[in-house]
Design a protein around this ligand. Structure first.
Ligand SMILES: O=C(O)CCC(=O)C(=O)O
Length: 287
C-alpha cells in the first residue's frame, strides 16, 4: 500500500468514529497519574490492528538501520527489536498520527500539545526465553521532562505472564541506572550517577505490581519512568510501542548513543530546546 493510500484509508476510519468518546479519559488519567501505567481496552479498532499488522510485516521484511536482536543466539526463540521506522512505514505513521493513541496520551499526560517521539517494534518469537529485564525507558532516551507516555500494543493475545508488568508509582521515584538488556552492563551514565534498580523479583510483595492479560486492540499506556519488565513467551508475541511526549519535554543530547539513536540531531537541536523538529511531529493539540 502506498503512503498516501494508507493515510487516506485510515483517516476515513478515524473520521467514522470520534477518536476518544468511547474512553473514560478522566478515570484513565487519574490512574495513569497515580500509578504510572494503565490498561486501555480497545484503544485500537480491528481496522487499526490490521493496519499495525501490515506495518509490522513490512518492518520485519525490511528491518531498519536501528534493528537489533535482544536475545542470545542460544535462545530457542528470538527477541527482535526495531526503532524509528514511521517515516518509511506509512502504516506506523497513520497509527501514530491518526489513531486515538495521541489524543488519549495527551489526556493522560495532561498535555496541551503532543509530539510523537518514536515507534519501537518488539517481537518475541514462539519459545523465546529472553525476559525483558526490569527497567525505566527514559534513561535510555534523549529527553528530559515529565510529560511522557508510551503505548504498548500487542498484535497477538498476550497472557499475563508474557505481558508487561509494572511497579505502580515508580514513575514518581528517581531515575535508575539503565543497563543493556542482554549482558546487563551499565554502559552509559557514569557509575554512581544514578541509583541501582531494587531487586523487585526478590521481594515482589514490597511493591504494588500491575499486570494485565491483553487482546489485540488493547494497550498499556505508561510513563517513561515507570519500572516495567516482561517474561519470555511460549507463543509468538508481536508488539508495537508508540512513544509520545508532552509540553515540558526538551532535548537532552547524551555523550553516548541513545536507544534509539538520533544521529546528528545534537547539531540541529541544542540541549534544553523543545523538540521542535520534523523528527518529532506534533500529532495532537488540545482544543
Ligand atoms: O515488549 C517487551 O517485552 C518490552 C517492552 C518495553 O519495555 C517497552 O515498550 O518499553
Amino acid at each position: 500500500m502506498t503512503k498516501d493510500t494508507a493515510l487516506r484509508n485510515h483517516r476515513d476510519v478515524a473520521a467514522a468514529s470520534p477518536a476518544t468518546d468511547r474512553f473514560d479519559l478522566a478515570a484513565l488519567a487519574a490512574a495513569f497519574q497515580a500509578d504510572g501505567a494503565v490498561v486501555v481496552r480497545g484503544l485500537f479498532t480491528p481496522d487499526e490492528v490490521a493496519l499495525a499488522e501490515r506495518g509490522v510485516a513490512a518492518n520485519l521484511a525490511a528491518p531498519g538501520p536501528f534493528a537489533a536482536v535482544a536475545s542470545d543466539p542460544s535462545d530457542p526463540g528470538r527477541f527482535f527489536e526495531d526503532f524509528r521506522n514511521w517515516a518509511r512505514i506509512p502504516e506506523y505513521e497513520a497509527l501514530a498520527k491518526h489513531s486515538p493513541a495521541p489524543a488519549v496520551a495527551g489526556a493522560l499526560m495532561g498535555a496541551a500539545t503532543v509530539r510523537f517521539h518514536h515507534d519501537h517494534l518488539l517481537v518475541k518469537e514462539a519459545a523465546t526465553r529472553q525476559p525483558t529485564p526490569w527497567h525505566q525507558d527514559q534513561p535510555y532516551y534523549n529527553i528530559d521532562g515529565r510529560q511522557t507516555c508510551s503505548v504498548w500494543a500487542p498484535l497477538d493475545p498476550v497472557p499475563a505472564e508474557a505481558s508487561l508488568t509494572f511497579v505502580a508509582g515508580s514513575h514518581l521515584g528517581p531515575w535508575l541506572m539503565p543497563r543493556t538488556f542482554l549482558s546487563e552492563e551499565a554502559k552509559w551514565f557514569p557509575p554512581g550517577s544514578l541509583a541501582e534498580l531494587p531487586d523487585i523479583d526478590a521481594a515482589p510483595e514490597r511493591h504494588r505490581i500491575l499486570n494485565w492479560a491483553l487482546a489485540p486492540g488493547d494497550a498499556v499506556m505508561f510513563h517513561m519512568l515507570t519500572l516495567h519488565a516482561s517474561g519470555g513467551t511460549t507463543r509468538r508475541r508481536r508488539a508495537l510501542s508508540l512513544r509520545y511526549v508532552g509540553d515540558d519535554i526538551v532535548h537532552a543530547p547524551r555523550a553516548w548513543k541513545t536507544s534509539p539513536d538520533f544521529p546528528g540531531l545534537a547539531d540541529e537541536l541544542p540541549a534544553g530546546a523543545p523538540l521542535d523538529h520534523p523528527l518529532f511531529p506534533v500529532v495532537w493539540t488540545r482544543r
